[in-house]
Design a protein around this ligand. Structure first.
Ligand SMILES: [Zn+2]
Length: 81
């Protein structure tokens, strides 16, 4: 079984992603849903920064993926600040 590598919610609660096809700008993404794992919050659902579609984590890509606004978009999580 594949290991669950769903990312933890950062302590400040701010999540930033980067479009893997346009990795030049950091985009703030809205967290829609979290769940608790080992006493920490992990991100279960993140809103697509383009179309707002709820995206879930893809363990294989290690990213959140949106297929709802035309071209498939792969959003990698990046550190905040
Ligand atoms: Zn989208």
């Amino acid at each position: 079984m594949m290991q669950d590598n769903t990312p933890f919610l950062p302590p400040a609660g701010n999540v930033y992603v980067m479009d893997s096809l346009d990795a030049t700008k950091k985009i703030k993404a809205e967290v829609l849903k979290t769940r608790t794992k080992q006493h920490r919050e992990i991100i279960e659902s993140l809103a697509c920064p383009v179309c707002g579609n709820p995206m879930s984590w893809d363990s294989k890509w290690e990213a959140f993926i949106c297929v709802k606004h035309g071209k498939k978009a792969i959003y990698e999580m990046v550190s905040g600040g």
